[in-house]
Design a protein around this ligand. Structure first.
Ligand SMILES: NC(=O)c1ccc[n+]([C@@H]2O[C@H](COP(=O)([O-])OP(=O)(O)OC[C@H]3O[C@@H](n4cnc5c(N)ncnc54)[C@H](O)[C@@H]3O)[C@@H](O)[C@H]2O)c1
Length: 334
């Protein structure tokens, strides 16, 4: 029976990179039933709301979702639709792998780091945000729970075990944030006892930033809270040639949303020059999740070969190709 996925184009470069990714998906998994839905600015235009009920229903009905980036205004305006989706479907684990590929602007060879970011709690949510009337005092609340920490840390260990990885590094700031970051750390120490074959390491977030820049080869799987994971995963993307190379998966018990780590890149939107690699790599993660035999590996291999050959790579990777030319070069290898 064919599997149903929901495709959300998103804003900015979203339509360009989702179209490119749909082309490779149709080649690799022609039986996939692709249902389209709108969210973000496109939904606002068509339905008068940023996240229509119809979209939520389509996501709930699909086995997985492939989503383009969604714009969130800075400092004012509406709250993030991404955060709303993660909360609505309780997508507690955000998996962000990076791998260095020759032919990119990667700073290091042979990096293969997976960041597992807690996705539903913590400072990133900015719960209870307020600004005093005189504009002199801003506040927000940080909530961390044992349950939320345990499920994501366990997810990281299970992932490490299934992929034959050797080490999980828990990143925290429990020396200063003794209660919130402390609860995450103490929960991690307990969970680690259940996985004696995997090395468990603890590291303070500021040191982690330095170590990632100077000695990134020492990292394998990183697990951390929401805001630290947001920042560290972009740092990891920078190590392997930039945001154009970094995919992500938001996983919950009942839904899974696959996307690029990068945003809607308004500075290059509509020019046909965006790098579709990150979304294609997210699609490969989705094909793994859907257990479509070997399709994810085939896609990763075709992308790797295309980039290594310098065949029509986009400007962010130092090449001169555009979105469509790069996509055709990948298609020719499938
Ligand atoms: N998951 C998401 O939907 C998501 C993630 C991050 C940011 N955003 C939103 O995206 C908007 C823009 O954010 P930003 O400018 O801080 O970050 P961004 O990731 O959109 O862009 C940062 C820089 O990277 C470049 N870039 C990003 N993706 C690229 C690609 N595929 N190919 C080539 N170059 C690429 C951009 O041109 C820009 O110079 C904001 O509204 C933000 O809230 C959405």
């Amino acid at each position: 029976m064919s599997k149903q996925i929901c495709l959300i184009e998103g804003d900015g470069i979203g339509p360009e990179i989702t179209q490119a990714t749909q082309m490779v998906l149709q080649r690799l998994a022609p039986d996939l039933d692709i249902v389209r839905a709108e969210a973000g600015l496109a939904a606002l235009e068509k339905h008068g709301e940023l996240l229509p009920a119809e979209t939520l229903e389509k996501i709930a009905d699909a086995e997985a979702v492939l989503k383009g980036p969604l714009t969130t205004p800075v400092g004012k305006g509406f709250s993030s639709i991404n955060v709303a989706l993660r909360r609505h479907f309780d997508l507690y684990a955000n998996i962000r792998p990076v791998e260095s590929v020759p032919g990119t602007r990667a700073r290091y060879e042979n990096l293969n780091i997976i960041t597992v970011r807690e996705n539903t709690e913590g400072a990133y949510l900015a719960d209870g945000q307020s600004l005093s009337d005189d504009g002199e005092l801003a506040e927000s609340r940080i909530v961390i729970t044992r349950k939320g920490s345990e499920r994501v840390i366990r997810h990281a260990f299970e992932l490490a075990q299934n992929l034959g990885r050797k080490k999980v590094t828990l990143v925290h700031k429990a020396n200063i944030l003794k209660t919130t970051s402390g609860l995450f750390l103490h929960t991690g120490r307990k969970v680690a006892e259940d996985y004696p074959s995997i090395e468990f390491e603890e590291m303070i977030v500021d040191n982690t930033c330095m170590q990632l820049v100077m000695n990134p080869e020492r990292f394998d799987v990183i697990v951390t809270t929401n805001l630290f994971g947001d920042i560290l995963s972009d740092l990891c993307a920078g190590l392997v040639g930039g945001l154009g190379m970094a995919p992500g998966a938001n996983i919950g018990e009942k839904a899974a949303i696959f996307e690029a780590v990068h945003g809607s890149a308004p500075d290059i939107a509509g020019q046909g020059i965006a790098n579709p690699t990150a979304l294609m790599l997210a699609a490969a993660m989705m094909l793994d999740y859907l257990q479509i035999d070997r399709a994810g590996d085939q896609l990763r291999q075709a992308i790797r070969q295309t980039i290594e050959a310098g065949d029509c790579t986009t400007a962010d990777l130092g090449g001169q190709g555009n979105t469509l030319e790069f996509t055709q070069a990948v298609l020719s290898r499938l």
